[in-house]
Design a binder for this molecule. Sequence first.
Ligand code: SF4
Length: 391
Amino acid sequence: MSDPSAASDDGSETLFGLDALDPPPTAPADGPSFRDSAAARRLLPVREIHAEPAAAASPRGRQIIARFPGARVVEVDSHWRIPGLHGNEGNVERWVRVKGENLVLGERKTLTTRPNGRSADWIAPGPSNGCAMSCAYCYVPRRKGYANPITVFTNIEKIVAHLGRHIARQGPKTEPNQCDETAWVYDIGENGDCSVDALISDNTADLVHAFRRWRTAKASFATKFVNPDLLALDPRGRTRIRFSVMPPDDSRLLDVRTSPVAERIAAAGDFLDAGYEVHFNLSPVVVRPGWQEAWAELLTHLDDVLPASVKRQAAAEVIMLTHNRELHEVNLGWHPRAEEVLWRPDLQQAKRSENGALNVRYRNRVKAEAVDALQELVRVHAPWLRVRYAF
Ligand code: SF4
């Protein structure tokens, strides 16, 4: 098959004869962008931008720097190694502040799409790494250590071009699977939250716009943040947004800085109307006293408030909590109460990962019983919700 990506006269890449990037999205017609609001600025009061020189000089990098005129720009050799920001013990005390006050701009050097088969058919090279929110169980900081504020990859056009080639190579999906009946599903947000990324740059918009032209594929990302600006992107059914939900009491303890669960659920109808496919991640499921009653209540709430149109197309992933020793020890430094429910040696077993980290997950029997119990709760309280997989 010929390479669908080719250089145009002005040197920019084209995909299937279309410009690699759409023009930047416009603000919702009825008002200013949410990302310019006081609430968005409170989540991201950026004071320092650590930037690789090429990333700072790129068009996307320049747009981002212009969005935060009060921020000091600090040149760094590599977004992977920033002394004083990554892996700095001193940051444990400033864990939450580091995430909002620092941004990193880098270029994604490795463009690899990996097979998955659970949440999505493929894991795409994401447009970011890191997150401005602070969920206590989050595995995203595992590579950069500690707080891991958002690194925005400024060479988004290369990510889009790579995906265009990958999608073209697959051809049509001929066998339905649980990821999707007809489309190859690409997770574009493995290492961050695309809704939060959209407060900083147009990377999420560029991907949503690219996928609406790729008729054999669909983008997918999980989120814990309601960003109304995404409603203006017109995804035309080619992006699946997966609102992660858990019982509100667990969320208040563990999902630091995220949108409240009720707000995520309340947004589902608007996102469907705006052209997204809307699924749910029931995750992570945390086994603690009273967990089944709390999930029953949450599922009943979903059943009570979601419009029929959302229910008709919804599906869910169920993901049991996993944790690791390093994160446990870091959390003890800033949020020890979270560890009372996350770190349960009496229920968990450890496994050394390839990179040497000690990961823990619920013991086989605990996990199997909990997965069965949760699926039964779904059958009873939200029978319309198809569980795509439970893990
Ligand atoms: S929203 Fe997702 S990526 Fe961000 S901290 Fe929470 S779990 Fe991690």
